[in-house]
Design a protein around this ligand. Structure first.
Ligand code: TMP
Length: 210
């Protein structure tokens, strides 16, 4: 059985991540490869319930430490119950966010130290890490404008300030610099079709498409 690759998609809200994950999944599937498309926080029924809590619970304040633990609780469930099983079947896993999101949002955004995140990552993910991470990057003002145009009710993160998202974006860019082999930055300020073509190029360069 062929070995599946773990491909994560990252970026701040409004960069068109979910659309690009779907497009990439379509391309890989059309080329005859088996793909599991999933997301974080979430991906399994239990992890989706944790997602509901961490994104929408407003009954009392959620300390950054609790937010962090909930993200990792969801990730541990998702990793063990869905992702590892997909690799055992030889599938590619396309994940809308994974561990980099925690370094960017809870680390860059909320100020949780990297070493604490790394310690929890060892517990929740073990040796599992993406083979390829596509960072969809756009200036915060453009991304937030697009997010506002979606017109949905804002969750706990979407209500954050521009300054918060600047910190998150800066952390993502620092991660891309620190992991140049794994992380590829794609300019997401262009239209959907141009971004999708750029993602396709990355997949070709990695030998995932011919
Ligand atoms: P989504 O909007 O991409 O579905 O992601 C949900 C939100 O969760 C998004 O605002 C980013 C946030 N998030 C974190 O803060 N830490 C994490 O580890 C993950 C996976 C997501």
């Amino acid at each position: 059985m062929s070995l599946g690759q773990f491909i994560s998609f990252e970026g701040i809200e409004g960069v068109g991540k979910s659309t690009q994950v779907r497009e990439a999944a379509k391309r890989l599937t059309a080329s005859g490869q088996r793909v599991l498309m999933t997301r974080e926080p979430g991906g399994t029924p239990l992890a989706e319930r944790i997602r509901g809590l961490v994104l929408h619970e407003r009954s009392e304040p959620l300390p950054a430490s609790a937010e962090l633990c909930l993200m990792f609780a969801a990730r541990a469930v998702h990793t063990d119950n869905l992702i590892r099983a997909a690799f055992a079947r030889g599938e590619h896993v396309l994940c809308d966010r994974y561990l980099d999101a925690t370094f960017a949002y809870q680390g860059g955004g909320r100020g949780v130290p990297d070493k604490d995140i790394a310690a929890l990552a060892r517990l929740a993910c073990g040796d599992l890490a993406p083979d390829l991470t596509i960072l969809l990057d756009a200036p915060v003002d453009i991304a937030l404008q697009r997010m506002a145009q979606r017109g949905e009710l804002a969750d706990r993160f979407e209500q954050e300030t521009t300054v918060f998202f600047e910190r998150v974006r800066a952390k993502y860019l620092a991660l891309a610099e620190a992991h140049p082999k794994r992380m590829v930055r794609v300019d997401a300020s262009a239209g959907v079709t141009a971004v999708s073509a750029a993602v396709e190029q990355v997949l070709r360069a990695r030998g995932l498409l011919r």
